[in-house]
Design a protein around this ligand. Structure first.
Ligand SMILES: [Zn+2]
Length: 210
């Protein structure tokens, strides 16, 4: 059987589309569409655990993204994540990409352990060490508005991450910032803070989300 030129062209187009959508460390077509979608002040809508479709994204494990400061989708998304976590109407101390519908390993964390408490972005972050010393701390989540819960987490962690155009950086973090990192990195693994609380009486309803 001989394939016509037309069929061959069609097959190669399908193959190219398939390979592009499977390229590791890149945004998918669907993710690019979400990143491009316009909104007021660039703030992106938050995925909420109470919404069935959103919770599918929240409970999915995220993939790595290639650290590349020339990737305009990546820089645009990072900017939009920042304005979303800094939304004066609904501020947070950290945010993870799945909370905005993107299953990639990107987080913003406010570094309370640094001077001026800056917000910083981290790519492909993994925790490579957890201290045995743990404490209970109160947590809230932008994806679970109206609730707070007591979570037991390590006091100190060591993280391995990529910065926009640098790779394999290591940092030791303690205190409140370590809690934020553990909370945000959990999001990348498809874990919510409420999943870590066995005794559900430790989850309390509050008036406003925090
Ligand atoms: Zn959260």
């Amino acid at each position: 059987m001989e394939l016509s030129k037309k069929t061959l062209t069609l097959l190669s187009i399908i193959l190219v589309i398939f390979l592009t959508s499977c390229t590791p460390n890149r945004f998918t077509f669907k993710e690019k569409r979400i990143i491009k979608r316009k909104s007021s002040n660039n703030i992106m809508p938050l995925m909420l655990v109470s919404n069935k479709r959103d919770s599918v994204v929240l409970y999915k494990v995220s993939k790595n993204i290639k650290a590349d400061s020339t990737n305009k989708y990546l820089t645009r998304f990072i900017d939009r994540m920042y304005v979303t976590v800094r939304d004066p109407k609904n501020p947070g101390v950290g945010i993870a990409a799945p909370q905005l519908g993107i299953n990639k390993r990107i987080i913003w964390v406010q570094r309370f352990d640094k001077e001026k408490k800056p917000f910083e972005v981290y790519l492909n972050t993994k925790i490579v060490y957890y201290s045995k010393e743990k404490s209970d701390g109160m947590e809230g989540c932008l994806s679970i508005p109206g609730y707070r819960g007591l979570v037991n987490r390590s006091d100190t962690i060591v993280i391995n991450y990529d910065f926009l155009n640098q790779t394999n950086l290591i940092d030791t973090v303690s205190g409140f910032s370590a809690i934020i990192f553990q909370h945000e990195i959990d999001h990348l693994e498809g874990i919510l803070y409420t999943d870590r609380i066995k005794d559900k009486s430790k989850i309390t309803k509050i008036k406003k989300s925090e």
